[in-house]
Ligand binder design. Structure first.
Ligand code: 8YV
Length: 327
């Protein structure tokens, strides 16, 4: 029987499904890969399932039998993809099942930041709602405005769909490849990122984190945005130069921000971001609903069990590793 290391909390039903096929070394809480029991399990493991741990290329030297990894996330910036492919180790992720939930979170941030929902809910909680609210509490409209999507993949498109079809928004996008079907469906227009930044009322980032997108948005980009712009990040914190974002908010170069992701997670206690009145900060809840986290775990379990049986997993990141193993 094959051996699997699982390093995230799994429901009994998922653990059970894994145990029907494999021997499972289960680490319910693991903060880093230094744990000696984890290392010992890894030395014999054929598969690995989990999320939230950074897997360094050197760690693979200690996992000589590893055939496949199933991450419980769509993003795979925590994994050394090229090194995995070189070694013929399959990397599987969980796309599609989290698209709509994550897009809901994106729209939640757009709405909350524009209408100042968190700040004003706190105002009510403090007992400060003594008379009808005035201009000092007004927000900005969302409907009919221009939504600029940086990245136009599955999640970006799902946010744009909400904006265009539900809120009559005009959609601009910057993306490596054109998306003619979405242009037709949503009336979206592809443009250079600089043009998008200058025109959008809402700038929303949905690109995956990679060497190319690290600090894609920094001082220069914030200066290009309208002073009334609302910036939303549901991708990865490192796509944005966070000190440039803080400066832009403080200087009034942009109006507000809605953030689900940060350069450091959990957020550093020193970060001023959650305390700024014009910032809505969430603790990386993009996909965090009961339904969707369940579907993600199920997908990861299906991926790893298929992979360890020598079958093509449902969502494979590195096709090159498959070719290395099976040709
Ligand atoms: C994950 C996410 O659940 O899927 C992703 O890429 O960001 C979240 O949905 C999170 O990364 C888990 O650690």
């Amino acid at each position: 029987t094959k051996r699997i290391v699982a390093f995230s909390r799994l429901k009994a039903q998922h653990l059970e499904q894994l145990r029907q096929e494999c021997h499972v070394d289960y680490f319910e809480h693991l903060d880093n890969t230094d744990d000696p029991d984890f290392r010992a399990a890894l030395a014999n493991a054929h598969g690995m399932v989990g999320s939230g741990l950074r897997i360094m290329p050197e760690l693979l030297d200690e996992a000589p039998h590893l055939e496949a990894i199933a991450t419980i996330s769509v993003g795979y910036d925590n994994y050394p993809v090229d090194e995995l492919t070189r070694r013929g180790i399959l990397l599987c992720n969980t796309p599609d099942v989290l698209t709509e939930t994550t897009a809901d979170t994106g729209f939640l941030l757009i709405m909350a930041a524009a209408r100042r929902a968190v700040e004003l809910a706190e105002f009510v909680k403090r007992g400060d709602w003594q008379q009808s609210i005035g201009e000092a509490q007004f927000g900005s409209d969302v409907h009919g405005k221009t939504l600029g999507m940086i990245g136009f993949g599955r999640i970006g498109a799902a946010i744009a769909r909400r904006g265009a079809l539900g809120f009559g928004m005009k959609v601009l996008y910057s993306n490596a490849s054109p998306k003619p079907a979405l242009e037709k469906e949503l009336g979206a227009r592809r443009c250079e990122m600089d043009e998008l930044l200058a025109q959008a009322d809402f700038v929303c980032v949905t690109v995956p984190l990679s060497a190319e997108t690290e600090h894609l948005i920094g001082t220069r980009e914030f200066k290009l945005m309208k002073p009334s712009a609302i910036f939303v990040n549901i991708a990865r914190g490192k796509v944005v130069d966070e000190s440039a974002l803080i400066a832009a908010l403080e200087l009034g170069e942009i109006h507000a921000a809605g953030l689900d992701v940060f350069e450091q997670e959990p957020l550093s206690p020193e970060s001023p971001l959650p305390y700024m009145a014009n910032v809505v900060a969430l603790p990386h809840i993009g996909s965090a609903t009961h339904e969707t986290r369940n579907a993600m775990a199920q997908r990861a379990v299906d991926n790893i069990t298929l992979a360890l049986k020598g079958k093509q997993p449902i969502s494979l990141v590195n096709q090159g590793a498959w070719q290395r193993r099976h040709q």
